[in-house]
Design a protein around this ligand. Structure first.
Ligand SMILES: Nc1ncnc2c1ncn2[C@@H]1O[C@H](COP(=O)(O)OP(=O)(O)OP(=O)(O)O)[C@@H](O)[C@H]1O
Ligand SMILES: [Mg+2]
Length: 313
């Protein structure tokens, strides 16, 4: 049984006197159990729309979505999903402890269970020190921790997180990343959207890329990026100026720093020839680095055709 399945999911927003907005178009997604899936797309691509449909906060205008085989609009499905909104909303006058207690009550947990949930989640999200403070004065990072704890109340097997790392400093981002990995180790399924490509690259088993409401790619990160390298970097030292000039004439880019000459080549063969030339010229080869395409490069490349024509293959 897959954790999330969507079939032909679509959403058109209609407002009187305004043109229709198609935010989601024929989305077919399958997220397997225990998978960490990253949902990528630029502002307005339709990530939040998808997530709200999965969490039954929006009704699709086409298609359907299931969580563990249950239609997401049923109560049974909703109990299986923990949700962290893009901008978590809280009752500002409650404390984190009261907030978790409130969500525990909504889920029908008894007092003893709610106390256990608090013990576990306050430790996991480092809420002990702020347990009795009103949320009103909390920073973005503190709010995100409370929001994450709310998503985890009742131990749902599926977590749907809308930009869980946005607006956080590097330490805050790392904490969320570690939490995602911890949840994965607890056999949960995670579906999250993000702009922070490096974070997606580090924690996701698979990613999907959404462009203007359409899923243009999905797959394992290494499959999407392929095994192919984006070039080679040759790092050398001990070259005289004429040798440097000769190498510069054939390379893509050159940088000299601290005695080291760095040349990059898009064509690996050209890189090999350069390495041979370094040795022939009496220089020393310090490093020969394959330049791998990053998810960021891929993402940028995928965006371009869309920006040119508005149509993706
Ligand atoms: N309630 C609404 N009424 C009309 N249009 C909407 C509504 N909600 C979203 N949209 C439109 O749907 C499209 C997708 O929005 P969505 O919020 O899903 O994007 P997103 O990928 O989450 O973007 P971001 O990265 O900025 O959060 C946008 O063009 C947006 O303007
Ligand atoms: Mg969004």
């Amino acid at each position: 049984m897959d954790a999330i399945v969507t079939r032909g999911l679509g959403k058109v927003f209609k407002e009187i006197g305004k043109p229709k907005v198609r935010s989601l178009d024929s989305l077919d997604l399958t997220i397997r159990k225990h998978e960490v899936f990253g949902f990528l797309g630029r502002n307005g691509a339709g990530k939040t729309t998808t997530i709200k449909i999965l969490c039954s906060l929006l009704k699709p205008t086409a298609g359907e979505a299931f969580a563990f085989g249950e239609n997401v609009r049923t109560r049974r499905a909703r109990r299986l999903i923990g949700y962290l909104p893009e901008q978590p909303y809280f009752y500002e006058y409650l404390t984190p402890r009261e907030t978790l207690d409130f969500y525990g009550q909504l889920q029908g947990l008894g007092p003893a269970e709610r106390a256990r949930e608090w013990d576990k989640l306050s430790e996991m999200l480092d809420l002990r020190d702020i347990a009795a403070q009103r949320i009103k004065g909390f920073s973005k990072g503190m709010r995100q921790r409370v929001g994450f704890a709310v998503a985890l109340v009742g131990d749902p097997p599926l977590l749907i997180l809308d930009e869980p790392m946005s607006g956080l400093d590097p330490i805050g981002r790392r904490n969320i990343r570690e939490l995602i990995l911890r949840m994965r180790d607890e056999n949960k399924t995670l579906f999250f959207s993000s702009h922070v490509l490096a974070d997606v690259e580090q924690v996701c088993d698979r990613v999907g890329i959404l462009v203007k409401g359409r899923l243009v790619r999905q797959g394992r990160i290494d499959e999407l990026l392929g095994k192919k390298t984006a070039g080679v970097e040759v790092v050398a030292t001990g070259l005289d100026t004429s040798a440097v000039a000769a190498l510069k004439a054939t390379c893509e880019s050159h940088r000299a720093l601290d005695e080291l000459e760095r040349f990059t080549f898009a064509d690996p063969e050209a890189g090999n020839r350069a390495a041979r030339m370094v040795l022939e010229q009496g220089g020393k080869l310090v490093e020969l680095n394959p330049l791998r395409e990053t998810l960021e490069d891929y993402f940028m490349r995928e965006q371009r055709p869309d920006e040119r024509t508005g149509v993706m293959s």
